[in-house]
Design a protein around this ligand. Structure first.
Ligand SMILES: CCCCCCCCCCCCCCCC(=O)SCCNC(=O)CCNC(=O)[C@H](O)C(C)(C)COP(=O)(O)OP(=O)(O)OC[C@H]1O[C@@H](n2cnc3c(N)ncnc32)[C@H](O)[C@@H]1OP(=O)(O)O
Ligand SMILES: CCCCCCCC/C=C\CCCCCCCC(=O)OC[C@@H](O)COP(=O)(O)O
Length: 217
């Protein structure tokens, strides 16, 4: 119900989605889906391709946003406290078990916050631990940059097109916690390349950002 309502918002905002690779989602079983997160507009992009039985990880502050919080709660959003790694880790290890027991897919924004600066932030590792703990497939989804039609700094909001790509799943069978850092880095590199390709923007060398995993100084 939520997805069908939010999917109509694109007509009001004058946005078009061009989706590639949706058939990659046609794999049975639980999985973790990670994607870039630029703005609240991502909620439209999320609903545009949301598979069945898929819940999202959200910051717990969103639970207290009145009717929207209630809708998210009823929609199954898993709320985590980002300020407490141990609390977030405990919640997420429960999620791995639920994924397996109830055949659920989980959508995570590994940047951990909205970021509209035309690049990806360094990734948090929770989503990758989750995929490894559940030994589930990991899907990566990229939305092209919104900067050409939405730029709060320039007070710009015009109609536009968002290119979306669902990449081939990555298997995590046999991987352990020790492999998570490497898995995170591999996904980061692939997703960043894809983001620049979809956005039609030049690629900044990773070396200038400490292989992408560390914050800028
Ligand atoms: C008409 C009405 C419309 C209504 C319409 C409704 C729309 C309904 C749609 C809703 C949609 C919601 C959308 C919400 C969107 C957001 O709220 S985005 C913000 C919230 N989401 C997130 O933060 C997810 C990503 N974050 C993570 O996964 C983070 O890793 C965590 C779990 C929060 C921890 O964060 P952290 O401590 O800051 O960062 P991190 O460096 O990853 O971890 C620290 C250490 O713990 C380890 N660690 C992390 N996680 C684990 C783990 N699970 N197990 C073991 N070790 C772990 C790491 O490996 C790391 O250790 P080292 O490897 O460095 O030694
Ligand atoms: C001008 C843009 C406004 C257009 C809004 C159109 C689309 C609206 C679709 C559904 C409306 C309500 C959904 C609310 C869900 C909000 C999810 C979200 O984006 O939370 C922020 C969180 O990830 C990270 O928080 P921070 O960036 O760390 O703080």
């Amino acid at each position: 119900i939520i997805a069908n309502i939010v999917k109509t918002f694109k007509y009001i905002y004058g946005l078009r989605f061009e989706v590639q690779g949706l058939e990659n989602f046609e794999v049975e079983g639980p999985c973790v889906i990670v994607s870039n997160h630029q703005s609240i507009l991502d909620m439209m992009g999320l609903m545009e391709i949301l598979p069945d039985d898929c819940v999202q990880i959200g910051k717990k502050e969103l639970l207290y946003t009145g009717p929207v919080g209630l809708i998210m709660y009823l929609g199954g959003v898993i709320f985590i406290n980002r300020k407490s790694t141990s609390n977030a880790k405990t919640v997420m290890s429960g999620v791995a078990q639920t994924m397996l027991d109830e055949n659920v897919k989980v959508w995570v924004y590994p940047e951990g916050t909205r970021n509209g600066n035309g690049d990806l932030l360094p990734f948090k590792k929770g989503a990758f631990h989750l995929a490894v703990q559940a030994q589930a497939n990991l899907f990566t989804v990229l939305y092209s940059s919104f900067t050409s039609f939405y730029n709060p700094a320039k007070k710009l909001f015009i109609s536009g097109k968002i290119r979306v790509e669902v990449l081939q799943p990555i298997e995590t069978k046999g991987l352990t916690a020790e492999d998570v850092a490497d898995l995170t880095e591999r996904c980061y590199c692939t997703m960043r390349e894809t983001f620049f390709r979809l956005s039609g923007t030049a690629r900044e060398p990773l070396a200038s950002r400490h292989n992408g995993l560390l914050p800028d100084p």
